[in-house]
Design a protein around this ligand. Structure first.
Ligand code: F6R
Length: 361
């Protein structure tokens, strides 16, 4: 059932181009966005996104999309905080709950709290028969197929794809995206499965980097913009399966504290697609190198030519539309964690102390 792979996680990482393409065939038949007309974002004051763990990081990435593509203010929170904070919610808002299982206790409680308080309760789930799907006004399936490995991989990238499509719909509804821009972004999205395949093609190179990273006690991940939540997701993946302490930071926060941790023993993974913040990320990276941090730069070919001098390692990703970089760069982050765990000999699919579905709080 692992289809020749050593672990479910390896299989599920490798499946991503295929399941993403399936989801796109469903949601983008031809050039059209296939989302329910009732999902109308036009008169909303706000969006609230709630989830746990990896699904929470997907929400944080989506915030950048909803805000930049649809000019829609977004609040994002972890479910265990949201549910007890009992926040006031504008009636003219949607609440979106993102969950692979659709059964996570805190996310479900947050969903129940929002019923009757917002215009619409929407879930983005992998399991269509789940409690969250049943209890929402609208459930959008991410179509990732069964995810067995405890560490979420293909569900994360499919969650991102569905959230991105929702942001496109929001942009159309709110008049911030025209048909040309839509076509351009859908083109980029349709190319993404192929780019993911190329990223997976760098697996042996990533495995070599991971073997060196596996010797570290602490690892930092850095990114700006939507790559900041991806940095936190990369760190979560690494800590949960390899048990190496890791943190994700916004590159610009480095000098407000965490740079004190940097010395020659600390690998720093820099997620730097060539977007409008590339130069700023690179200058933060150089501050790390000046303190002898071991920088692993992940960027595209031109980014490598411009900035790889003096780094410890660099890894080249295919060029991608900046909006979609968080989905593509999830692949090397996942593979890095996977191969670090394999190098350490941990139980990749069943990491200690963790359960696939957290149905108690
Ligand atoms: C991390 C991971 C967890 C889940 C979290 C939410 O790899 O898998 O952080 O993302 O427990 O689970 P769901 O998505 O089922 O609500």
């Amino acid at each position: 059932e692992k289809g020749g792979y050593k672990h479910f996680m390896a299989k599920e990482i490798a499946e991503q181009p295929v399941v993403l393409a399936d989801a796109l065939r469903h949601y983008v038949p031809g050039e059209r966005l296939n989302l329910p007309e009732t999902l109308d974002f036009s008169s909303l004051d706000r969006l609230t996104l709630v989830a746990c763990g990896t699904a929470f990081y997907a929400c944080q990435i989506a915030k950048y999309w909803f805000e930049t593509l649809a000019a829609l203010p977004c609040e994002v929170d972890i479910a265990s905080e949201f549910r007890y904070r009992e926040p006031p919610l504008p009636q003219r808002s949607f609440a979106i709950f993102v969950s692979q299982s659709g059964e996570t206790a805190d996310t479900l409680a947050a969903l129940r709290y929002c019923r009757g308080r917002v215009a619409r309760v929407i879930s983005v789930v992998n399991v269509e028969t789940s409690t969250m799907a049943r209890e929402s006004d609208l459930a959008l399936p991410i179509m990732a197929g069964p995810e067995v490995g405890v560490a979420s991989t293909k569900a994360f990238t499919c969650q991102l794809a569905v959230l991105f499509l929702m942001a496109l719909k929001a942009g159309l509804d709110r008049g911030t995206i025209d048909q040309d821009r839509l076509r351009q972004l859908l083109d980029s999205l349709n190319r993404l499965p192929g780019l993911m395949n190329q990223a997976i093609g760098s697996e042996s190179e990533i495995a070599r980097i991971a073997e060196s990273v596996a010797e570290a006690q602490d690892v930092l991940f850095l990114g700006r913009g939507a790559m900041f939540p991806l940095a936190m997701e990369g760190a979560l993946k690494l800590k949960e399966i390899s048990y190496i302490h890791a943190e994700g930071y916004a590159s610009g926060e480095l000098k407000h504290g965490p740079i004190a941790l940097i010395d020659k023993t600390v690998p720093v993974i820099v997620l730097a697609p060539r977007d409008r913040l590339f130069d700023k990320t690179v200058s933060n990276m150089q501050e790390v190198m000046a303190r002898h941090g071991k920088v692993v730069l992940i960027t595209d070919r031109e980014g490598e030519n411009a900035a790889a001098d003096g780094t410890w390692r660099s890894l080249v990703m295919p060029e991608v539309a900046p909006e979609l970089a968080p989905i593509l760069y999830a692949v090397p982050a996942q593979l890095l964690a996977y191969h670090a765990a394999v190098a350490k000999g941990t139980d990749v699919d069943q990491p200690r102390n963790l359960a696939k579905s957290v149905t108690v709080e």
